[in-house]
Design a protein around this ligand. Sequence first.
Ligand SMILES: [Mg+2]
Length: 417
Amino acid sequence: MMKISALETIHLPEYPAFLFVAVHTDDGLIGYADTCYASEAVAGFIHQFAAPMLIGHDPLAIELHWRRLYEVIAHTVGKGAELRGLSAIDVCLWDILGQAAGMPIWQVLGGAARDRIKTYNTCGGPNYGKAVKGGTGYGTENPTGKYEDLAAFMERADELAFDLLSEDITAMKIWPFDYVAHFPGGWDNWRNFRGMFDPTIRSLGGHDISTADIDRALEPFRKIRKVVGDRMEIMLEGHGLWSLPAATKIARAVEEFRPAWLEDLMRADEVEALAELRSQTTTPILASEYLATRYEYKPLLEARAVDIVMIDPTWAGGITECKKICTMAETYKRPVAMHDCTGPFTLFAGIHLAINATNAIYQESVRAFIRVNYPDIATEMPVIEKGHILAPTKPGLGTAFLPDIRKRPGVTVRITR
Ligand SMILES: [Mg+2]
């Protein structure tokens, strides 16, 4: 029987929020994953807690390992970094299973519900979500010149929509209201906003929004609809910044532009409030990559607070748990969309789930990441044709670390055998 021989974590200084994880086996198979935020805390969990529970055991007993680790996590109220650690390990184990079977993960999950999944471009630049002092930010302070799609949607959303259409991308996600949430009048200073992790920010929590600020933030919607009509779907991202009255104002104001969905205008941690918002608008409500495990998604579905369910594979519990969340959403006749922004291996995990799940409608992607950041980390990138990501064909996840990644300057490699 194959056995888990080591757990390895890799941290690259240029991607401080990301933690890369490898599970090694005595057969020589290696499963890969990544997870995002508080990378040192996640590494601590993996080496201190998970390694002693997994080393010497069968890597293919995935369901059992998930439950064993989850019991430890739940017992210690460790649903943040610990759950992200479990999620990454779980993705590694599925990667190993696929490689051992000689099949892509979507195949061992039960096969393909489709041969490709529609994608939309999340309009962040290459530095979007990268670390600044105190955390991660919007990445607009030091533009790279390439694929600066956040600056583009703020300043020339019409040109950006044209550019995406020329690549056959027919859906785009933008967040022009964020800059007003951080403090009123914030629009004028948007390039310098580092984001909610900025320790100097004086956040008012998005409890109100003025008519003038709403009008300014609608400008990208106006520009896009004016030049491309309805050939482009527009997703509005809210990053959980608003309270109910402001979210309701925003929801009603954008209705005339027929957005595909309203994503996390409020955090989905108060299901009744989200259900109230849903009752106040005709636009579908999407929530939320900020939730983890079935146990957090279930109340949302029960309360009819959501139309579309967003899932991040390495925040919500790994492939094992996300498959179950997809199935649970389907029970409530809700489609699912898979989150990206948190690393190349997470993106691949989402693609496999979206190819397998009958109720998947979208896999998020960021062209700046697929073209600039992710090729700096992983061997294979997703294949995108006419706005759709094709089902990966290689065994397992279908991508791996670049061979020289452990030799880079400043890299931190920890291995527990
Ligand atoms: Mg989101």
